[in-house]
Design a binder for this molecule. Structure first.
Ligand code: 3TB
Length: 170
């Protein structure tokens, strides 16, 4: 269920579900629990300086910045995105699509950012896939393990998480 005051609404322009807070009138594409985590992190950081090692596990260790291109499939933990309300492609189809994108990027025909804008099933598509800076403990394990081994500018191969399949560029 959703935290109090939150409700799911439907964006007709994007034909996608979004989350609306009746009290603050805030709306967001991601499920609000992330908002709570973010707010909790800020509260804890203000009140318990050591807390951020517990909340986001970054503990002041090195943060990195990465962009990704996510292709979801029918077995994704949330088989819906701003691109497609009900994602039905198989995981195998998603992997084949992503391998095609990987080839286009490595051959220099295009860039991950240019493809992410139109093809990524993550809301970061509107930022050319940019996820901003993040530390250990924030992303799903497979994503984090790959991202932190990349050299700056290097792009991963196909990485599988519960969200779907990703190309990651540090
Ligand atoms: N910047 C953060 N700390 N945001 C919280 C990350 C949560 C983390 N997410 C993941 O590990 C995967 C890898 C990257 C994106 C992602 C998943 C999903 C899409 O998959 P789905 O949840 O529908 O299964 N996109 C996101 O979360 C977006 N907020 C990422 C983002 C979007 C816009 C700006 C910045 C970040 C997790 N622990 O689940």
């Amino acid at each position: 269920g959703l935290p109090p005051d939150w409700e799911v609404r439907h964006s007709n322009s994007k034909n996608l579900p979004y989350y609306f807070n009746q009290k603050t009138h805030e709306s967001r594409w991601e499920p609000p629990e992330e908002a709570d985590t973010e707010k909790l992190k800020i509260y804890m950081a203000q009140h318990h300086s050591s807390a951020n090692t517990r909340i986001d596990g970054a503990g002041g260790e090195g943060k990195i910045r990465a962009a990704h291109l996510l292709v979801k499939h029918k077995d994704s933990r949330r088989p819906s995105s701003w691109r497609e309300t009900n994602i039905t492609r198989t995981k195998e189809e998603a992997i084949e699509m992503l391998k095609g994108y990987e080839e286009q990027i490595r051959s220099g025909q295009t860039t991950l950012g240019d493809l992410a804008v139109s093809e990524s099933d993550c809301s970061s598509a509107r930022k050319r896939g940019d996820l901003g800076f993040f530390g250990k403990g924030q992303m799903q394990k497979e994503f984090e393990d790959t991202a932190f081994t990349l050299q700056p500018g290097e792009m991963s191969g196909v990485v599988e998480t519960a969200s779907g399949v990703h190309l990651i560029q540090r």
